[in-house]
Ligand binder design. Structure first.
Ligand SMILES: [Zn+2]
Length: 256
């Protein structure tokens, strides 16, 4: 089986739109096209034809370009319930076969209630919208901390080498916060240096990998003693569950 190639399309100030196709094929699929223009340009530059649109959640910076793309490419739109343009509603456990690859749909509520991820074990990689960022996680606009922690835990059970295709370049700001939470984490210190170098060269820090996030991302590490202690110190209270530690770290980041 031929691997899939994922192209990075920067959009707005810090969004990434992902365009992918099977190696050797010009049939392409786009994930979360918040803006149509850079997607149409990338298709033209790369000599690809759009065959489908995958949506992770309903925020406008992820769906805003759908209508315009459909006027030029009347293709299927895969997305969670609540996406008005979706022609195929995807729910937990669904399989989506595109670009010669089989994707599993995983429901990961928290950032929004309708949020889903598309995971393929064949690479392995996951398109996960605004749920995990490099050294960060999405804000809780709709879901509870318990729901988000459950979603992060579910993603944490994927293979460690899984590439995480997050939808924003928030990595430097996230890393400043992560260092405030866990200043003695040597993996994080090393990663902070790597990130500074990458961003100084104006290169994307995404995709990340699950193993990297499990080593340095304070939100993904809410089950670790060092994060529990940092959460207790921040909240000036006793923390008894992983979800409570997560909730406090999220609250801390919101006012950081
Ligand atoms: Zn969002």
């Amino acid at each position: 089986m031929m691997p899939i190639i994922v192209h990075t399309i920067p959009a707005f100030t810090d969004n990434y739109i992902w365009l992918f196709h099977q190696q050797g094929s010009s049939d392409a699929y786009v994930v979360d096209p918040g803006d149509a223009k850079p997607v149409l340009e990338a298709l033209k530059d790369l000599g690809l034809t759009l065959e489908g649109i995958l949506i992770t959640h309903h925020h406008n910076d992820h769906v805003g370009g759908i209508e315009q793309l459909l006027t030029q490419y009347p293709v299927p739109v895969y997305g969670p319930k609540g996406i008005t343009q979706a022609t195929e509603i995807m729910v937990d456990g669904d399989t989506l076969d595109v670009a010669g690859t089989s994707f599993n749909v995983i429901e990961i509520p928290g950032h929004t209630l309708d949020h889903i991820a598309y995971y393929t074990a064949s690479e392995p990689l996951v398109f996960l919208g605004d749920t995990i960022f490099a050294n960060g996680c999405g804000r809780l606009f709709e879901g509870s901390p318990e729901q988000m922690w459950q979603s992060l835990s579910q993603l944490a059970s994927l293979p460690p080498k899984t590439k995480l295709y997050c939808a924003h370049e928030y990595t430097e700001a996230n890393t400043r916060f992560a260092l405030a939470v866990e200043p003695d984490n040597s993996d994080l210190q090393q990663r902070a240096q790597d990130i500074s170098k990458t961003r100084a060269e104006n290169k994307p820090t995404i995709p990340s990998t699950l193993e990297l996030e499990l080593a340095t991302n304070p939100f993904m590490r809410s089950n670790q003693l060092s994060i529990k202690e940092a959460a207790e110190n921040y909240g000036q209270c006793k923390v008894s569950t992983e979800a409570e530690a997560f909730a406090l770290i999220r609250q801390w980041k919101d006012s950081f």
